[in-house]
Write a protein that binds this ligand. Structure first.
Ligand SMILES: Cc1ncc(COP(=O)(O)O)c(C=O)c1O
Length: 408
């Protein structure tokens, strides 16, 4: 059984000098205290080590970015080659032009691309492009969706004022009638509809849309000149090499990518249609590190490998194996699981409970045996996971289910 002494020691030190000790989505506030690592030290392939040198098969992939696995040789070679020349200059480099060319070639509706460092940078920027385009203020989004930390979409309450939310409207995911009602009600003020390719609200089952939901939203937005923004930050390039809209058969006006784009190198991108290019050029976008050529070199290489190796197929196959193995093993011990979302980004809970107690317990035991599962966030698979890692994880899950007693 793993110990977490160094993690706790670091957390004590951090609490004195960092608000909350650890903040954001990696906060330990949502896991069983002392039953999970709080700090990482190194990673390789499908594995990472925590501050206590405990080793894990990683089913979070840094919450998504490492789609090819940690320290991927071809990505790191491309990054190193650029690093020798430099990273942030007084100007962008040829890497930025090349990356924009790759994205606009790959993404069927895209005529231009811009870059930043985080998903939030560009979901907010895309909303501004929609406002610049339409002259309207309103944002229509799915209830419970996550689009980043800016005031219009932050899930937090601190520092948010009523005015931040004054032009934000909501619809129920996968309910076209409700969407149309909200759309029509707010049309006079509507700049954009923003949504993720599938619904992944926190602490809840993940939901794919019915096959006509997203194409219908596209149609309605097009008809009324409302900008349709796809937030593909979390799923982009894991479901489909050309973006999740191809996986789900629709076309937005702007897509935003981040997590898997640089395989761990900090970069985000937004791509869009030609008619938005002029308004896009009017919305100020910059940052101290936005034109960092190292992450752009990594992204070019990552996009190449995702396509060359058919990575979405690899992670889908691994995800199916993991899902089937966990479900079967759970049943053997009298537990029924509910696994939702795409299989390469599964969200797992115990079917008969909605208070997360059992999933917390399950993850605690798995973590203590070397499989890092998260109790209330969707997991991520990478191309570095092989059958061995899946089978080892299922064996660890078997041990965990055996230790837990059903219906208690
Ligand atoms: C769907 C979605 N949109 C936006 C964001 C924000 O991206 P970032 O945390 O890189 O700012 C995230 C991050 O998890 C996300 O999952």
């Amino acid at each position: 059984m793993y110990q977490f002494d160094q993690s706790l020691e670091l957390f004590n030190r951090a609490s004195k000098v960092i608000p909350g000790g650890i903040y954001g989505h990696v906060t330990p506030a949502t896991v069983i205290p002392g039953a999970s690592p709080y700090y990482a030290s190194k990673a390789e392939g499908a594995y990472y080590w925590d501050a206590d040198n405990n080793k894990y098969i990683d089913f979070m992939c840094g919450y998504g970015p490492t789609i090819l696995g940690y320290n991927h040789p071809e990505i790191e070679e491309a990054a190193r080659e650029q690093k020798l020349k430099g990273s942030v200059f007084n100007h962008p480099t040829d890497k930025m032009v090349e990356l924009a060319e790759v994205l606009t070639e790959r993404i069927n509706f895209a005529d231009w691309a811009v870059f930043a460092k985080n998903g939030s940078d560009l979901t907010t920027w895309a909303v501004q492009v929609a406002r610049e385009t339409t002259g309207n203020k309103g944002i229509l989004k799915a209830k419970g969706s996550y689009h980043g930390v800016d005031a219009w979409c932050s899930p937090g309450k601190g520092g948010i004022i009523d005015e931040d939310l004054a032009n934000v409207y909501h619809f129920e995911w996968n309910d076209l009638q409700n969407f149309e009602e909200e759309f029509q009600k707010n049309l006079q003020n509507l700049a954009c509809v923003i949504l993720t390719p599938y619904h992944h609200p926190v602490f809840q089952d993940n939901l794919l849309a019915d096959s006509d939901f997203l194409p219908n939203i596209q149609k309605i937005c097009n008809k009324h000149g409302v900008v349709f923004i796809l937030d593909d930050v979390r799923a982009g390039f894991r479901l489909h090499e050309n973006g999740s809209h191809e996986y789900f058969n629709f076309q937005p006006d702007i897509s935003v990518y981040c997590k898997a784009l640089g395989n761990g190198h900090a970069i985000s991108a937004a791509v869009g249609r030609d008619h938005l290019k002029v308004p896009a050029s009017k919305v100020f976008l910059t940052g101290s590190y936005w034109n960092d050529a190292v992450s752009m070199a990594a992204a070019i290489q990552c996009l190449k490998i995702v396509q060359r190796d058919k990575v979405p197929d690899i992670v889908e196959k691994l995800g199916s194996q993991l899902k089937a193995g966990l479900e079967k093993t759970a049943l053997k011990h009298g537990f029924e699981l509910k696994i939702t979302g795409p299989v390469s980004m599964p969200y797992l809970r115990f079917k008969d409970e909605d208070n997360l107690y059992k999933i917390q317990e399950f993850c605690k035991i798995c973590i203590s045996k070397g499989a890092f599962f998260h109790p209330h966030h969707n997991w991520f698979l990478s191309a570095a996971h092989k059958e061995k890692e899946i089978l080892d994880a299922i064996q660890i899950a078997d041990f965990a289910f055996a230790k837990m007693k059903p219906n208690e």
